[in-house]
Design a protein. Sequence first.
Length: 297
Amino acid sequence: MWQTGLILQILHGSLLEISAKSPFFFPDDRYVLPLDFDTDFGLDVIDIVTGIEIVFLTTGGNPDLAGAYIIGGTPIACDTIDLGNDTTVCNGQGLVLDATYPEATYLWQDASSGPSFHVTESGQYWVSVTTDCGVVTDTVNVTIADVYPSIIDAGGNVLECTDPFYTYQWYYNDVLIPGATDQSYTVSAIGTYYVEVSDTNECEGISNAIVVDVLTRLSELSPHYMTVYPNPNLGSFKLSTTVLPNHVWVYNSVGQMVLNRITIDKNDLIFNLSVAGVYFIHAQFDDGFAVRKLIVR
């Protein structure tokens, strides 16, 4: 490819009164070579030259382009159009295909004519770009990854994500449950549960929520001894356990969580409640759960 300038197409017989073997120099102009040059000199019909000297080798009063040849010129490279490799993007993330090229016109697969295209669904996308170098095209396949996990009550206080994913993280009342990273989860307290998942493309999704209002599975209760004292009390009480629990939740009589505590040492087993009523204390151990009833007067 050659440097650009003003367009002048050289046609047979268009330059008159040029004597045989006369050299002509055209600085700062651009010349689109005719098809004859491709045949006789191995030049592409879209090749462009600037600042060249053309010599017409003729025997008559008019030039014979078949006898013309190029003496000089400045070559430059034409850029290509690259939409990138086939790719997968997460739903809602969006992808913009960019085919911007100086002084070009565009035609996309949907007949739009902008320099870029916003992808919102899976499919094959292509663009045809017309430049001074000619027409270039590129095609790319885009997959939109939809991650819509669903959870069900599998019975026995077990919630299960119905589809396999790469990672799982369960939540209880909008609080992350430490270590709950399997496809299923055994609930230990009444409340609202859901799971956040990701696939191998690191696309994420959040499941539907399930409200657990009744606990039916007693086999998951921990064998560790746990008692509450004093009980009843005026709002201050302690838990006494043979093994320190990992997590303690306190619920009121209508199932609302009023306290959520990760236990580090025995000081975390001292509690204060300001409202009189009936409460249920749920303690999580490595091997299960324990539940105790508490009365605050």
